[in-house]
Design a protein around this ligand. Structure first.
Ligand SMILES: [Zn+2]
Length: 662
């Protein structure tokens, strides 16, 4: 990046950050937190001294400290852990409690709410267990934190601040998991995002009155009566029943709203002296199975998708996070080399959350003392394409067939095109049939299909054949990013192309003229991706021209800021639409500068629902938040008016604010 480019980019970033910050505080976030963080990080890198960073302060940064330090009423000791039933049985032998109380072990951020005469005076994070950060203002934004409780109570209420999974998926997926997201948000100085957290209580203690609660069940009942939501709690007398209960919960926990990582088992009788211990003895964390395991690598298979050959490790079956794992991903040849992985190596395999298990590292052989390991041998890499026979190219980060005419590549490209344009009624089977019959080998061939010849394929009826052709011709003007992504350059999806287009490579001509160095300037585009795009643009040039030349598909003009009448207006859809698919409606909104949302959030402009009276969650939430609910007819009217305003009928000189347009 030249100095001039750098300066330009800094100004651009500062402008964007200020604008998004403003819209965020006005209840109409235009971009996700993840996207905001990207801009923030880039500016921090390019211009750490920027005043914009200082002005805005803590938002987007999780580690700003400076909260007052406050001692816990009762230290938050650390829990003993049992990782398996045997360790758990041993603990119950020692404790010999007549009744056990079993609660979900919530996987969030611990919080102590301190009350004086029924009023919340402080909320304190776990900190070092003795002293934590006072984050009362943030806590009050969380749902489930009660500013006052109906009782003359002075003492502490313990619980966990959690981010529901749905919220994490929707808004914070850039954080590794719900817990990290909750921890970060809870400690933001401006408290932004705390309303996305929920507080679940599981313990309480009254200051100066150790006998206030006789037992753990009384506590939970009392907390519920005050209005707290509490962690799921059950009583057991049979130790084996607890073990069985843990197995059931472990298998079904994916359906819970929040993450849990085990059970907490306590003696039913409350013992305050024990609770004050650094490591209380009369309770234990009975954790779920491990998410990392050691096993032996027996073979490596090469999975083929498009041009790429990806190594997959075949391992001795191993139990991991409740499932049996036999295959684990290896990403690319470079990973094999950097680990010096061999057939016969002992490997650690991890499976966290819902991701595919992956081989993380090579472990010493004594990690598996009882396994008869095969003699170590080198992993064999394929050297030629299984379909066209071309010599494969090994770039370390990727092993692939370089032949642009490789049938495997062409078929994959067709599938990608159909998928990205969301062409209905064409399944993989039909594409393959057309491809094998040599009728459709390139994208532009799709546009020459007639209903008559299609009807002959797969004994498809005339009606279906007509439909297929209709859907093929449905998409006409498509955004440049989508068009390029449809050509299936390795690892280049729509999101990456959108970044490039947004940066300014917003016409086919500009993209064709760009070299790899120019593209690599775009934030988030690596050298490899830039090269792939340049090479792909060259190789696919004729095919692109042919597709555009067929007269069906055109690339949409780059959006002109003044022609975005829906800018700042957001829509969420629920239920079926009659005149179009939801994805099409969302495209229309986007094309007019509006933002489609997947969930009903504060500040949403409209919820579109044909059944406006239905009791669906989205409808209910919209009513709660005062978001207007409109039906499809009204939506089409709005869109129609927006289109008119673009074409000058009701042109305005500035982008309309919410409500102004309609
Ligand atoms: Zn090939």
């Amino acid at each position: 990046m030249t100095d001039l480019q750098k300066k330009k980019r800094i100004i651009e970033l500062e402008t964007l950050i200020q604008r998004y910050q403003f819209s965020y505080y006005n209840g109409e976030a235009e971009i996700t937190d993840a996207e905001f963080d990207l801009l923030w990080d880039e500016l921090k890198r390019l211009a750490p001294e920027s005043l914009v960073l200082a002005q805005i302060g803590a938002d987007g940064v999780d580690d700003i400290d400076g909260f007052p330090k406050v001692a816990h009423l009762i230290p938050m000791g650390s829990q003993d852990k049992a990782a398996d039933p045997d360790a758990f049985r041993a603990w119950t032998q020692k404790i010999q409690a007549p009744v056990y109380v079993v609660q979900f072990k919530l996987d969030g951020a611990s919080l102590e709410l301190q009350y004086e005469k029924g009023a919340l005076v402080r909320a304190v994070t776990r900190g070092d267990g003795v002293i934590g950060d006072e984050i009362t203002r943030n806590a009050l934004r969380m749902s489930g934190v009660l500013p006052a409780i109906n009782a003359d109570f002075s003492g502490g209420v313990r619980g966990e601040a959690l981010m529901p999974r749905a919220v994490w998926k929707d808004k914070y997926a850039n954080k590794a998991n719900c817990r990290n997201a909750a921890n970060g948000i809870m400690r933001r100085k401006d408290g932004a995002g705390c309303e996305d957290l929920v507080f679940l209580a599981y313990d309480a203690s009254a200051t100066g009155n150790d006998g206030f609660f006789k037992n753990e069940i009384e506590k939970i009942t009392w907390l519920m009566a005050r209005g707290f939501t509490v962690s799921e709690t059950k009583e057991f007398t049979d130790v084996e029943a607890i073990i069985a209960y843990r197995a059931i919960i472990a298998d079904t926990r994916q359906n819970l709203d929040v993450d849990i990582d085990g059970l907490v088992v306590k003696d039913r009788a409350t013992n305050m002296d024990d609770l004050r211990r650094v490591r209380p003895e009369r309770q234990i964390a009975f954790k779920f199975e491990l998410e990392i395991a050691y096993t032996a690598l027996r073979a490596v298979e090469w999975s083929e998708a498009g041009a790429t050959y990806t190594p997959v490790g075949i391992i001795d079956p191993v139990r991991l996070a409740g499932t049996t794992v036999k295959r684990a991903s290896l990403n690319n040849p470079g990973m094999i080399r950097s680990m010096n992985l061999k057939i016969g190596s002992v490997v650690s395999v991890v499976k966290r959350g819902e991701i595919i298990p992956k081989i993380e590292s090579v472990a010493p052989t004594d990690a598996l003392p009882d396994v008869d390991l095969p003699e170590e041998s080198d992993i064999v890499f394929p050297v030629s394409c299984s379909v066209c026979g071309a010599a494969l190219v090994d770039e370390d980060s990727r092993l692939y067939c370089p032949n642009p005419a490789c049938p495997k590549l062409l078929l994959h490209r067709l599938e990608k095109w159909v998928k990205i344009l969301d062409i209905r009624e064409i399944g993989e089977k039909l594409i393959k049939q057309l491809f094998t019959a040599d009728r459709v080998t390139q994208i532009h061939d799709l546009y020459t299909l007639t209903p008559e010849e299609l009807a002959a394929f797969d004994r498809m009826g005339t009606l279906s054949a007509n439909k297929v052709v209709k859907y093929i011709h449905a998409a006409r003007e498509i955004p440049l990013a989508k068009f390029i992504a449809g050509f299936d350059f390795e690892g280049v999806g729509e999101t990456i192309m959108e970044k490039i287009v947004d940066f300014g490579f917003n016409t086919l001509e500009k993209l064709r003229a760009a070299d790899a160095d120019a593209l690599a300037i775009v934030e988030g585009i690596g050298e490899v991706t830039a090269k792939t795009i340049v090479q792909g643009m060259r190789q696919a040039a004729r095919e692109m021209d042919a597709v555009l030349g067929a007269g069906v598909i055109a690339i949409a003009e780059p959006p002109d800021e003044s022609k975005l009448p829906l800018k700042g207006i957001s829509f969420c859809f629920t239920g079926e639409l009659i005149t179009m698919k939801r994805s099409q409606a969302e495209e229309k909104v986007k094309a007019l500068g509006g933002s489609p949302k997947t969930s009903v959030v504060k500040g949403l402009s409209y919820l579109v629902a044909n059944d406006t009276g239905s009791g669906s969650t989205k409808n209910k939430k919209a009513r709660d938040l005062g978001v207007p609910v409109i039906d499809e007819t009204r939506f089409l009217e709005l869109i129609g008016k927006a289109v008119q305003s673009v074409s000058g009928v009701a042109a305005s000189t500035h982008p309309p604010a919410q409500g102004e347009l309609f």
